[in-house]
Design a protein around this ligand. Structure first.
Ligand code: ADP
Ligand code: MG
Length: 355
């Protein structure tokens, strides 16, 4: 039993968290709300009528997605699949089934760089927790044998999924927020919202329509070595685009001057170290279906592939543009992106040679 005092304490802590976690701004033409979801601060700003209802429904939908996909929720479908690894198929919702299938396609597209079976390695490194540490090479080798999207078995008819080996783990952390952003956009559009900016933790932004008749949305791409919100790598002007960013600065720790961050190269088991600090992909939602989800996964993949292969992947895809901040402070920009860029940080040198 929890004592009354303890209960009161817990209630007070929860209240403080809720008060700081949620904020609402309402006026006749604009509704804006921020909530902590999927471990990050998410803000949705919608212009026009029905904004409040649309945003409220959008947050409910994000909750649903989190309940299905989170590794921290013992009843999530992803947790069930992981618990049954090496033992049995688990029947899942059409939504999770599709997400897993799409993830496998994105693995193929990215030469295995994006791989949702990275779970055992993410857990081993423990980024973002107090237990984060550099594992031994033996530990890494052992976990690497549990990674590989080709070891995911799926049964279309039964809508069920099984991981081939015990100890395997699916981690949708590199794609779930993008999927959530696509779902939010659908909800807002169904409510008739024509102008909105959706920011799911900075790494997944979607700009719907234009800010107003005279103006496109301006998106500030985070500078990979400046405090969040305090310095931009570039400002881009866009409408109807998904902008997905992956960086080595999101969750990381330093040991002996070396940075260890949360995006793991499935080939080595170590954080990607191929010359990119961050990359942002800009996807045209009128050309690419599920643009935020695809962008989320591919931005993670580009960070692993490195500048040259990454840029080649971006250039090979219709409706996908991007910019890459390399470790030697060069900024690579894909061919369709130049005219969209307002300004770039003076810390970076624009490098047109590489593409
Ligand atoms: P963020 O979560 O900061 O938006 P990303 O979209 O780049 O950043 O996703 C990083 C997350 O993806 C990690 O925290 C981890 O859960 C997962 N992940 C790490 N490495 C890979 C990988 N190679 N393939 C797929 N997912 C990965
Ligand atoms: Mg991602």
């Amino acid at each position: 039993m929890i004592s009354r005092r303890k209960r009161l304490c817990i209630a007070l802590i929860l209240m403080t968290v809720l008060i700081t976690a949620c904020s609402r701004i309402k006026d006749k033409t604009k509704y804006e709300e921020t909530q902590i979801k999927m471990g990050t601060a998410m803000t949705i700003k919608a212009y026009g009528e029905n904004g409040e209802q649309a945003v409220s429904d959008a947050f409910k939908r994000i909750d649903e997605i989190e309940r299905l996909t989170s590794l921290n929720i013992s009843t999530s479908e992803v947790t069930s699949i992981n618990n049954a690894a090496g033992k049995r198929y688990v029947k899942v919702s059409p939504e999770v089934f599709e997400l897993i299938k799409e993830s496998m396609e994105l693995s193929k597209m990215s030469q295995g760089a994006f791989d949702i079976t990275i779970g055992p390695l993410v857990k081993l490194w423990n980024f973002g927790t107090k237990d984060a540490r550099v594992p031994s090479s033996e530990e890494i080798k052992e976990k690497l044998s549990l990674v590989g999207y080709e070891k995911i078995k799926i049964n279309e008819k039964e809508s069920s999924v099984m991981l081939e080996k015990p100890g395997m783990m699916i981690d949708l952390g590199g794609i779930a927020k993008g999927h959530a952003a696509d779902q939010v956009v659908d909800i807002l559009v169904n409510y008739g919202i024509k102008s909105s900016i959706i920011n799911l933790g900075g790494s997944n932004v979607f700009v719907l329509g234009e800010k107003n008749k005279q103006e496109l949305w301006t998106i500030g791409i985070q500078h990979p070595r400046k405090v969040q919100g305090d310095g931009f790598l570039a400002l881009v002007k866009e409408s109807d685009k998904a902008v997905a960013t992956s960086g080595d600065y999101e969750r990381y720790f330093m040991v002996d001057g070396k940075r260890y961050h949360h995006i793991i190269d499935p080939k080595t088991g170590y954080p990607a170290d191929n010359g990119i600090m961050s990359d942002s992909l800009v996807l045209d939602s009128t050309l690419v279906k599920n643009s935020s989800m695809i962008g989320d996964a591919l931005s993670t993949a580009v960070l692993i592939l490195g500048p040259d292969k990454g840029l080649r992947l971006i250039e090979s895809l219709d409706g996908v543009e991007g910019l890459i901040a390399t470790s030697d402070y060069k900024l690579l920009i894909s061919s369709g992106m130049d005219e969209k860029i307002e300004s770039i940080s003076e810390d970076f040198e624009y490098d047109a040679q590489r593409r």
